[in-house]
Design a protein around this ligand. Structure first.
Ligand SMILES: Cc1cc2nc3c(=O)[nH]c(=O)nc-3n(C[C@H](O)[C@H](O)[C@H](O)COP(=O)(O)OP(=O)(O)OC[C@H]3O[C@@H](n4cnc5c(N)ncnc54)[C@H](O)[C@@H]3O)c2cc1C
Length: 205
């Protein structure tokens, strides 16, 4: 089916890659998170875990020391830590646990334990995972929109892409993923779209 429009604003967001740990869906957004700047304050001074199997969790573990003394990095059998990073983690009293994890358990959205393959458990009040995200950029891709190396649509400061009439705003765009940024980008795009349409309507032919 074809749709026609003078302008198109793509604001399709992104999908966080939630690690495939048994039980995680019961806690995501309540006591398991991906963003320390969104959810760190609510779990300050608690037992915080960082889960990083497919990515290097060094930065996230260090960031979370802002909110709690008790941070443990769980690498689930793999790790991508450099020797200098391991030294910093030690100096900052961040434990690194590399045992295989099978599940997380708790009740009513509140995670309480990390469960290992050897049936041991460790207490945990909040878990932050580092597992990347996928942009929902199918529309921009189907329009062959120019993208940067990370596959994110290139825009100017008014959210205009390099295709006339196309705008991109929110998580699908290149900036940080915070509601205030998303709203600001939407506002800039909205104003720009309206101005462009007015100009085009009054253009002397
Ligand atoms: C657990 C969690 C906690 C967070 N906490 C905070 C916080 O405390 N503070 C903060 O600032 N930010 C927080 N964020 C981030 C914030 O939610 C996002 O930055 C924001 O919601 C992104 O808005 P968006 O409109 O760009 O995308 P979205 O909110 O993802 O909206 C995109 C919409 O487009 C729809 N869509 C996708 N593809 C299509 C299509 N092809 N056709 C039609 N519709 C489509 C989707 O269904 C969705 O409804 C959090 C995110 C999560 C997941």
């Amino acid at each position: 089916m074809n749709y026609y429009s003078k302008k198109l604003l793509v604001a399709t967001g992104l999908n966080d890659n939630i690690p495939p740990i048994k039980g995680i869906d019961n806690f995501y957004g309540k006591s398991i998170f991906h963003c320390p700047y969104c959810d760190g304050w609510e779990v300050k001074k608690k037992l915080i875990g960082v889960y990083a199997k497919n990515k290097n969790g060094f930065e996230r573990a260090v960031e979370l020391k802002t909110w709690s003394k008790h941070v443990t990095l769980y690498t689930d059998r793999r790790h991508y830590l450099k020797p200098q990073e391991i030294d910093v983690l030690k100096k900052k009293n961040i434990r690194v646990v590399s045992e295989k994890i099978t599940s997380v358990e708790g009740a009513t959205g509140k995670v309480s334990n990390i469960v290992f393959a050897n049936n041991k458990k460790e207490r945990c009040d909040a878990l932050f995972f580092v597992n990347g995200h996928e942009q929902r950029r199918h529309i921009a891709r189907s329009l062959c929109c120019p993208m940067n190396k990370k596959g994110i649509v290139i825009t100017n400061r008014l959210q205009q892409a390099n295709i006339h009439g196309l705008y991109v705003a929110g998580d699908v765009s290149k900036d940080v993923q915070f509601v205030v940024v998303v709203a600001a980008e939407g506002a800039k795009a909205g104003e720009s779209i309206n101005k462009e349409i007015q100009k085009e309507d009054f253009k002397v032919r």
